[in-house]
Design a binder for this molecule. Structure first.
Ligand code: PEP
Ligand code: MN
Length: 264
């Protein structure tokens, strides 16, 4: 069902209020790895608004390698974030880690993000197939392109066609970067599926100074959107600071993204 053979027309994700993710446009989603405080949310929203960005990312349920790391503010953090985002006309994309969270998150979420550790959580995908809100599925840490498409098939076949795919880097033998952003996946996915394809250069390479070139490369490779991490003080971020842009770097990236998209 997610194949271009089944449906030729590209799928458009309409988030309302004139915000969409679709082929032929460049959707930009930015924000911190983790939602940390009211102040941080306010500063981020101010930054996004100044750049005309309409979708904010941030985790309140964080999948951390170590259980002793910061695991997120949870539903109260999401409610606090939502209040500020709604007032500012900003949409929210945030990770859902388990079935029981779907319902409580629903009023405060515009796009449910399925993280790389949950790409093949088939029960979660089944449940998201029954929800009438957009879902973005990230490629599994060691997942193939076809496995990502099959994960999308779970949600789509369940009845939810508001789906976005995300290349966020895969684990390879390379140790010079956190992950290996698989740029190949972008044109391949674009050919195989009618769903929008976005790239996450932050997790894709995992090194702040390399996020910009990889984001621009992803645009040239045909990505319909870019999702990246930004924070007012990346050195103090509760998670993923090493790959998070400060607001100045973020502003420069957005300028270059727009110029690069024009070139295409
Ligand atoms: C994130 O977006 O912060 C995240 C945890 O991503 P991933 O699932 O790709 O590791
Ligand atoms: Mn992160």
């Amino acid at each position: 069902l997610v194949s271009r053979k089944w449906k030729v027309k590209p799928t458009l994700i309409d988030l309302g209020d004139g915000v969409s993710i679709e082929e032929g446009q460049l959707a930009i989603m930015a924000g911190p790895c983790s939602i940390e405080s009211e102040k941080q949310v306010a500063l981020t929203i101010e930054h996004l608004k100044a750049m005309g960005i309409k979708i904010m990312r941030g985790g309140v349920y964080k999948p951390r390698s170590s259980p002793y790391s910061f695991r997120g503010m949870g539903i109260d953090g999401l409610k606090m974030w939502y209040e500020q985002a709604r007032a500012a006309g900003i949409k929210i994309i945030t990770e859902v880690m388990q079935v029981s969270q779907i319902e409580e998150m629903y009023p405060y979420t515009d796009i449910y993000q399925v993280g790389a550790r949950n790409t093949q959580n088939f029960n979660l995908l089944d449940e998201l197939g029954r929800v009438d809100k957009a879902v973005m599925i990230k490629r599994g840490i060691s997942g193939t392109i076809d496995e990502l498409l099959y994960s999308a098939e779970y949600v789509f076949s369940g009845g939810n066609e508001k789906l976005i795919l995300c290349e966020r880097g895969i684990r390879t033998y390379e140790t010079a970067s956190r992950n290996t952003l698989d740029l190949n996946a972008i044109p391949i996915l674009k050919e195989k599926t009618h769903l929008p394809v976005v790239a996450d250069p932050s997790h894709g390479i995992g090194v702040r100074r390399f996020v910009e070139p990889m984001a621009l490369a992803a645009v040239m490779a045909g990505a319909d959107g870019i999702i990246y991490e930004t924070h007012q003080k990346p050195e103090e971020a509760f998670s993923d600071g090493q790959q998070t842009l400060n607001f100045q770097e973020s502003l420069q990236l957005v300028r270059k993204l727009k110029a690069t998209f024009e070139l295409k």
